[in-house]
Design a protein around this ligand. Structure first.
Ligand code: IMP
Ligand code: MG
Length: 180
């Protein structure tokens, strides 16, 4: 088991497993008949997944525009139920096909908020790609169009996802197994 910052990290999804899955996802995305696609990476947790997925999409023949949105955090979303945009996209989404990329779909509040926001702004179609789906935690009426992996009900880190800003650099997705 890798030891990072003096903690044992159990690998759930290895770097090579994720890389293979990204190629499959990109092919699935390429089969959709997107027009004038705008990809929106939902920061911060999705930054590595989005970086890899858009390059896999390039290999699959897709040439999207890419934007970023930052939506209030996990903690804030959970405790207050209030979600807000901390950093918005610059683009006009009217009439456009949007692909939201996020790290994890859990309660679904974050992505439902983002999807509804884009639809309110006049997007033609909003689809969702997530690396991980914790479906047992769902509280909103939302399903991903593209899912990397079903995720067990544990707090995961790595591949962009953090615990207190740490572990984002790990090339795999893992679980912190101890505090020593
Ligand atoms: P939702 O609004 O409950 O679907 O929240 C999903 C967001 O919470 C994800 O985009 C992540 O940023 C964060 N999140 C949920 N589970 C985890 C986890 O296990 N590790 C790190 N971040 C998580
Ligand atoms: Mg997130």
């Amino acid at each position: 088991m890798p030891v990072i910052r003096n903690k044992n990290i159990e690998v759930l999804f290895s770097a090579s497993t994720i890389a293979r899955r990204n190629l499959e996802l990109a092919k699935d995305i390429a089969e959709r008949d997107y027009k004038d696609l705008l990809v929106i990476s939902v920061l911060k947790g999705s930054f590595i997944f989005a970086a890899d997925l858009i390059r896999a999409m390039h290999d699959a023949g897709i040439s999207p525009e890419v934007e970023f949105i930052m939506i209030s955090s996990y903690g804030a979303g959970k405790t207050s139920g209030e979600i807000k945009v901390l950093r918005d996209i610059d683009s006009d989404v009217r009439g456009r096909d949007i692909l939201l990329i996020d790290d994890i779909l859990e309660s679904g509040k974050t992505l439902k908020f983002a999807r509804d926001l884009m639809l309110e702004r006049g997007a033609r179609d909003v689809s969702i790609a997530v690396l991980l789906d914790k479906r047992m935690r769902r509280k909103s009426d939302i399903e991903p169009d593209f899912t990397g992996f079903d995720c067990p009900d544990v707090f995961v880190v790595g591949y962009g996802m953090d615990a207190g800003y740490a572990f984002r650099e790990l090339p795999f997705v893992g679980v912190v197994r101890d505090e020593e």
